[in-house]
Design a protein around this ligand. Structure first.
Ligand SMILES: [Zn+2]
Length: 584
């Protein structure tokens, strides 16, 4: 078909390439706003119908066979559909329905969206024999459709996005952004054509359909990152909120409680404003709340924290450079990250005794902490087992390295006497360890093969779970757990070090950690808004999302650790205290 018709490359422009973004680009000629990629499993109806509306206006009927996204988005203008709610498992049924639709000759536009190639890529990666077989099968399917077409029918073959070797497609790799475009039949160009943006395919479709009258042009490329600033307050607010609630949980201070409450409410307010699409209002509300929180507590902003934030900024920039350098490498998890993992493990072991040994035996003999210690080691074993069950040896190594490294960092915290005045050497060391913790989680995630490109989120094992009854939820939990493992390992390792701290140094530790995270998020958000280059913007988005997730995992983990290590001796007391706190 490519040899006898026309061929080109269609370039995906979304910062988070997905099926929903591809469908909207192809049908409506628009690069949808970022938030729409969150709707990759369930989308809201659109108020314009793109090519479907043009066909319906010209008195034609449209038929779609594919995932339910098409009918969710464009159902108003689609006369008949065969929907596949699974992930590419029902492609043969879709092809059968398409062949019948062709035979009936009742439709002016027929869309067939095959999901198998993407599903197989997610589960096995694109270097697998399974992927080759799926690609061959898809090619043969296109042949079956082409042979069933009448002489006056035109065929356009393209894709919503590509996949990286490990199967993902949420980042700016060339293999994700460059999709094939083959055109065959009356009204379509022939020969080799220059590359075009994916959203330009819509006008090709319109000309083949003979629907030139439709004037609604696609959104200009310059507007494609509108509303990105909405990502800014969330990681920032969650970092500060977590840091402050951690602090208030430790010392029970009334100021901390008030701040935590206001910032918590602010996050919900921001979410509401963002859902309404009022991005500038969300941004203003976020900044106002954060400025109040930062400046209304005397003495909270110190030179040490500014330094931690600055070093966090440098760390964020390093992560972006790293993501750029290894972009679309055949194996982003090659030798270097392995060496980093081994080096981290070695650094953790060298100056300190390994976790376990006499310390655990002693701790187990101390009754109030027995359950906590047992829980901690159960966590270590279960985390490693989870990584092994996901078939991710490198992730398992990174997780165990995280436990060792966390323990080393916990020892660095030392045990300064309670009430160490702010500004002392002990406090500075706690800020530094907080900052190092933020750096360690980056290093460990990288050792597990994850970069600032969201394509490197590894869903291969999780995708095998999708088929079951609660498949999607299970798969999401599996992906989130794999993402959280390095943070969980660090927190488990840090447990004894943090639990020993008095409230002031613990506050310094949490503040140093939060400042380093906020510094990284700031780089991501600034570049996301300023970068004109799609690759840089997509990596900056990935950095921001990753820092947000790391903040969540680290601070939730630390909060759980503090609660578990608290003075309450029995679960009943612990629950009663929590309820009393919440009521107050
Ligand atoms: Zn996919």
């Amino acid at each position: 078909l490519a040899a006898r018709g026309g061929r080109a490359t269609a370039r995906v422009e979304s910062l988070v390439p997905s099926s929903v973004a591809g469908i909207i680009a192809l049908a409506s000629g628009e690069v949808p706003p970022l938030a729409s990629s969150l709707a990759d499993f369930k989308a809201m109806p659109r108020d314009e119908g793109g090519v479907f509306e043009a066909v319906a206006r010209a008195g034609g009927r449209c038929f779609v066979a594919g995932p339910s996204l098409w009918t969710e988005l464009y159902g108003r203008w689609i006369a008949a559909a065969e929907v596949d709610p699974s992930f590419g498992r029902a492609d043969e049924r879709l092809i059968g329905a398409t062949l019948r639709a062709l035979e009936s000759d009742a439709h002016r536009l027929i869309v067939l969206h095959l999901g198998r190639v993407d599903a197989v890529a997610h589960q096995y990666g694109t270097r697998s024999p399974e992927y080759r077989a799926a690609a061959r099968w898809c090619d043969a399917a296109v042949g079956r459709i082409a042979r069933a077409m009448g002489p006056d029918a035109a065929l356009v073959v393209t894709s919503d996005h590509g996949n990286v070797d490990r199967g993902g497609h949420a980042g700016p790799e060339p293999s994700v952004l460059r999709t094939p475009l083959v055109m065959f039949g009356p009204g379509l160009p022939t020969g080799s054509r220059p590359a075009m943006p994916q959203r330009a395919v819509r006008s090709l479709l319109l000309s083949a359909l003979g629907c030139h009258g439709d004037a609604t042009a696609g959104v200009p490329a310059g507007a494609r990152r509108e509303g990105n600033g909405s990502w800014f307050p969330l990681p920032l607010a969650s970092a500060l909120l977590s840091g402050l609630s951690f602090w208030s949980g430790l010392r029970g201070a009334q100021t901390g409680r008030r701040h935590a409450t206001v910032l918590n409410l602010t996050v919900w307010l921001l979410l509401a404003l963002m859902v309404l699409g009022w991005f500038p209002a969300a941004l203003a509300a976020g900044f106002a709340a954060l400025a109040w929180a930062a400046f209304s507590v005397p003495g909270r902003i110190s030179a040490r924290l500014v330094a931690a934030g600055g070093l966090g900024t440098a760390l964020g920039a390093l992560r972006l450079v790293d993501g750029f350098v290894v972009l679309d490498r055949a194996t982003p998890d090659g030798m270097i990250p392995t060496l980093i993992g081994v080096a981290v493990l070695a650094c953790g072991l060298l100056p300190f005794s390994p976790p376990g040994g006499a310390g655990v035996g002693r701790a187990l003999r101390a009754p109030p902490h027995r359950a906590v210690i047992l829980g901690q080691w159960l966590g270590v074993v279960m985390g490693a087992a989870a990584a092994a069950a996901l078939g991710r040896v490198r992730l398992m190594l990174a997780y165990l390295a995280a436990v060792v490294l966390g323990r080393a960092l916990g020892r660095l915290l030392g045990s300064p006497p309670a009430g160490t005045p702010a500004g002392s050497a002990g406090a500075a060391r706690c800020v530094a360890v907080g900052m190092l913790t933020a750096a360690a989680v980056v290093l460990l995630g990288r050792a597990a093969g994850e970069t600032t490109s969201l394509s490197t989120v590894d869903v291969r094992a999780a995708f095998a779970l999708v088929d079951g009854r609660f498949g999607l939820i299970l798969a999401i939990v599996a992906v989130a757990a794999a993402q959280a493992l390095p943070s969980i390992g660090l927190v488990l390792g840090l447990r004894s070090g943090v639990a020993r701290l008095a409230s002031d140094p613990a506050t310094e530790f949490a503040a140093g950690l939060a400042a380093a995270l906020v510094g990284q998020a700031a780089v991501g958000v600034l570049l996301l808004n300023a970068a004109r280059d799609q690759t840089v913007a997509a990596l900056a988005l990935g950095l921001t999302a990753r820092v947000g997730a790391e903040t969540l995992y680290l601070f939730l983990g630390l909060a759980a650790l503090i609660l578990a290590s608290g003075p309450a001796a029995t679960p009943r007391e612990w629950i009663r205290n929590r309820i009393e706190d919440d009521l107050r």
